[in-house]
Design a protein around this ligand. Structure first.
Ligand SMILES: [Zn+2]
Length: 392
């Protein structure tokens, strides 16, 4: 790969600058020769009235904006250069000189056109230091991963979008990374993450890829040149519709970020009585003994068997101590073991008095059948008996 250090002025780079308000990204510069946001890069995230203003302040103070990297893609007709690193800075400058935001100078808001002409010139004459790189796609993208350690680092999915860029990524981003998509609000009940940081797309890919025992990378590589995203979209929609069909109540925040793809794969063949699911769900969400509300959904899908998913609150040490003392006193008076199950038998432990450390607390009425976690429902059992009762 070759790199060539060049200097361009702000006026040159922002000539013919186009900013797409709807998509939130800068598109072209250098009089049409520069693609500012190739498909593998993220949306413009500097437009917060701080980072974008800081870029303009730097230029007005004569500070350098730092190194910028372009790729020369060698295409003869059409834009020849792409921004590899520097997209956020260039978009900020381009938006300012085209009047998209104002800065405050001497206590007054100023847009580019209202600035003193000398200051306007200072900005447009500023020199940008640009490395223009050329090489194979692979070389350039590997290198891109290396240099992107500065600034806001790309996350895993942003990197994958770079590595597998092509028509599939473009179509997938249009569906899953567009915060204007009206469905995002619905998806946000079940999927955690910022669409602009590709986190919703990542979940959609994870679900469909896992259903085929593939990794996201494997799936993206296989579909890289697809022009459509039918399978990705229909699988994602199927999972979301399934959640909606099984859990009929308005979504609770505990649903957000669960691995719904895996739950769908495991449980979608089962049929559910939705009224019953709904009543159980309401009860469990309100139950203070359930320490892990996120586990409720799989607990219900699995037929209320695995209470470990709920992380049910255990008996307090003081409750166990009281239960032990009461039981032991009664047992000693009756001349039997203080483990009620040992006392029933006719073995060597029939009259054994266990130490508290040799016993564990058990729900008399199983928690899963409505028994609560109080002294009245607490029974101490010897360890072997408690373990043999299993997880109720
Ligand atoms: Zn026992």
């Amino acid at each position: 790969m070759d790199t060539d250090l060049q200097q361009y002025t702000v006026a040159e780079v922002t000539k013919g600058f186009v900013y797409n308000e709807l998509e939130g990204k800068g598109l072209f510069g250098l009089n049409g020769d520069l693609v500012i946001q190739p498909e593998y890069q993220r949306h413009y995230i500097y437009g917060d009235g701080k980072k974008d203003v800081a870029v303009i302040d730097s230029l007005l103070k004569g500070y350098p904006l730092g190194l910028i990297y372009f790729v020369d893609n060698g295409v003869a007709d059409g834009p020849r250069l792409e921004v590899l690193d520097g997209q956020q800075r260039i978009t900020s400058v381009g938006r300012f000189v085209t009047g998209k935001f104002a800065i405050v100078r001497d206590g007054r808001e100023q847009t580019f056109s209202s600035l003193d002409p000398a200051l306007q010139k200072k900005i447009t004459d500023s020199q940008l230091l640009i490395y223009v790189c050329s090489g194979t796609e692979t070389e350039i993208k590997e290198w891109f991963q290396t240099i992107n350690i500065a600034g806001v680092p790309l996350n895993k999915q942003e990197l994958r979008n770079a590595i597998y860029s092509g028509p599939f990524v473009t179509a997938a981003k249009a569906e899953f990374s567009n915060s204007q998509n009206a469905l995002q609000q619905k998806w946000a009940h079940f999927v955690k993450g910022d669409p602009k940081r590709q986190e919703v797309l990542e979940v959609a890919l994870e679900w469909v890829a896992s259903s085929k025992d593939q990794s996201i990378d494997g799936y993206m590589a296989a579909h890289r040149q697809d022009s459509g995203i039918n399978e990705l979209k229909s699988y994602f929609t199927t999972v979301i519709d399934w959640i909606d069909a099984v859990f009929i109540a308005p979504p609770d925040k505990a649903m957000r970020g669960l691995d719904w793809g895996a739950l769908y794969e495991t449980y979608h063949h089962k049929s559910y009585k939705t009224d019953e699911i709904d009543a159980n769900l309401e009860e469990l969400l309100a139950d203070p003994a359930v320490k892990n509300p996120k586990g409720i959904y799989e607990y219900l899908l699995g037929g209320k068997e695995d209470t470990r998913l709920l992380d049910v609150r255990l008996f307090e040490p003081s409750t166990k101590k009281q239960a032990y003392a009461q039981q032991t006193k009664k047992a000693q008076a009756a001349g039997v073991s203080n483990c009620p199950l040992c006392a029933q038998g006719s073995n060597a432990n029939k009259t054994r008095i266990y130490k508290q450390t040799e016993m564990e607390a058990d729900h008399v009425a199983a928690w899963s059948r409505g028994g609560d976690t109080s002294l009245a429902n607490c029974e101490m059992l010897c360890v072997p008996h408690n373990r043999s009762k299993g997880n109720r």
